[in-house]
Design a protein around this ligand. Structure first.
Ligand code: G3I
Length: 452
């Protein structure tokens, strides 16, 4: 598989995760902090991508920003079914190929979007049903994934197949009516066609723990149990003016199933909280080792499908917005590196201790062979908390190599974690989270928590 220039750094970071994390954290906050989204994300082995279109490739001012800032491209429309197979059996890859060529020439990886979706189907497919549609759909997956074999980092094999609302079930569509197994059939066909690509399920309104994301979670768990090839879940993250407080927890639960998570179509409605929401999404991804990359759904506000909402990181003139700076700062604050070949295991969750001294803490572990990421939730008791310290016993042979959203004293044995400047205050009954990465086995005992 082609390993592009910028991708090589990511791969190196991932392969020697512990050592590189320690090294990259040490430069954060110095004059060496990365100055582009892609370079900063690469410090922890992640990509930072943008959705674009082949017709933009000749727009020099636009492309200068793309080439400067991003390490991954995704076709906003050029690889969809209506674009790649406008007539049955006649494929047009020209625009997708141009994007892939540009990415390869500039050291970027490519996300493939999307092989099967109920929307943007060519007219001929919309007119099919039953076995004819199933056969055509699987042929489409096979032909497109084969054409791009070896060139795609991750494919959105199936897009938006779950229903909105509280059912947690599938969306009705012509594809769904071919039988509930259409999704796994698509994943199996994609794996056969391109064994090197990560295969993702991608959806929206899944940006927290809710009925829809739980339905998808159950499907992924079932696929993993039955050996259906799935490697990643895409959270589109088309966000409004607030962020679900379970956003990171949701990422973590998918990661704990043994799949990667990618933020695939991020945009945030402009409002007073736009920058902080962008930053919170970035921090949440960085806090989960298996959250491997973020893609924004367009470059400038004027390019967005959300007309009038100005939901992106650059204004219409290509200037960096406050949201851009917030994301870059969050990326430069770091987080655990993406592990190379993690064997994810179910989370080990400590029981919540009684609330004494005004706060409690519990640890969730994501472990792999030789290391772990610990996510620690600090919960305030019946009174608001102003400053907290969490004590963790790190077992013999284990050492903390990096910490985010807190500052640690000590790296082995009894380690204490003091709040950062921005998360010391927790409202009564509320919580905040911090995390750390370590070598060896993670802490087993429930941590202590003290306020003040
Ligand atoms: O290219 C034709 C042009 O020739 C024609 O004159 C014009 C007339 O309407 O249409 C143009 O096609 C449009 C296409 O974007 C390219 O601009 C389609 O009408 C329009 O429907 C299409 O919208 C895209 C939309 O998906 C389709 O559902 C948006 O650009 C794209 O941002 C959006 O992306 C989706 C993701 O794929 C999945 N998740 C949600 C996300 C936002 O809706």
């Amino acid at each position: 598989m082609h390993i592009p220039r910028k991708g090589r750094f990511a791969l190196l970071s991932a392969t020697v995760a512990g050592a590189v994390v320690a090294a990259s954290i040490s430069v954060i906050g110095t004059a060496e902090a990365a100055t582009t989204l892609g370079a900063s994300a690469a410090q922890t082995g992640r990509y930072f991508g943008v959705a674009t279109s082949a017709f933009r490739l000749t727009d020099a001012p636009y492309m200068s920003i793309v080439n400067r800032e991003f390490t991954s491209l995704v076709a906003e429309n050029d690889m969809k079914w209506d674009a790649t197979e406008p007539q049955q059996g006649r494929f047009t890859f020209t625009n997708g190929d141009r994007l892939v060529s540009h990415a390869q020439a500039n050291g970027m990886t490519v996300r493939g979007h999307t092989l099967l979706w109920h929307a943007q189907q060519p007219g001929w497919a919309q007119g099919l049903s039953g076995t004819a549609l199933r056969t055509a759909a699987i042929n489409h997956v096979t032909q497109v994934a084969t054409h791009y074999r070896g060139k795609i980092h991750s494919w959105d094999v199936v897009n938006e197949a779950f229903a909105d609302g509280g059912s947690g079930g599938r969306r009705d569509s012509n594809l769904q009516r071919t039988g509930n197994d259409w999704i796994e059939a698509a994943f199996r066909a994609a794996r056969a066609a391109d064994p090197g690509a990560k295969l993702c399920y991608n959806d929206y309104n899944t940006d927290g723990i809710n009925a829809k994301s739980t339905g998808i979670y159950a499907m992924v768990r079932d696929f993993k149990a039955r050996g259906v090839p799935i490697d990643c879940v895409g959270l589109q993250s088309h966000l409004g003016t607030s962020l679900d407080p379970t956003y990171q927890q949701n990422i973590q639960r998918f990661a704990s199933l043994g799949v990667d998570v990618q933020i695939t179509e991020l945009d945030v409605q402009q409002g007073s909280d736009q920058a902080s929401i962008f930053a919170a999404v970035t921090r949440a991804c960085l806090a989960v080792a298996r959250c491997t990359g973020i893609t924004v759904w367009g470059l400038r506000d004027s390019d967005s499908w959300r007309t009038g909402q100005n939901p992106l990181l650059f204004d219409a003139s290509g200037n960096r917005k406050p949201a851009y700076t917030a994301v870059l700062d969050a990326l430069n604050a770091g987080g655990p590196a993406t592990p190379g070949s993690p064997s994810s295991s179910p989370p080990v969750t400590g029981s919540s201790p009684p609330v004494t001294g005004g706060c409690s803490a519990r640890v969730t572990l994501d472990t792999w062979n030789g290391g772990y990421v610990a996510t620690v939730r600090v919960t305030a008791g019946p009174a608001a908390v102003n400053g907290w310290t969490v004590g963790v016993t790190v077992p013999a042979g284990s050492a903390v190599t990096s910490t985010w959203n807190a500052a640690n004293t000590g790296t082995s044995g009894a380690v204490s974690f003091r709040n950062a400047g921005y998360n010391g205050q927790i409202p009564a009954g509320g919580y905040t989270e911090f995390g750390f990465q370590g070598t060896g086995a993670g802490p087993a005992a429930t941590p202590t928590c003290a306020v003040g």
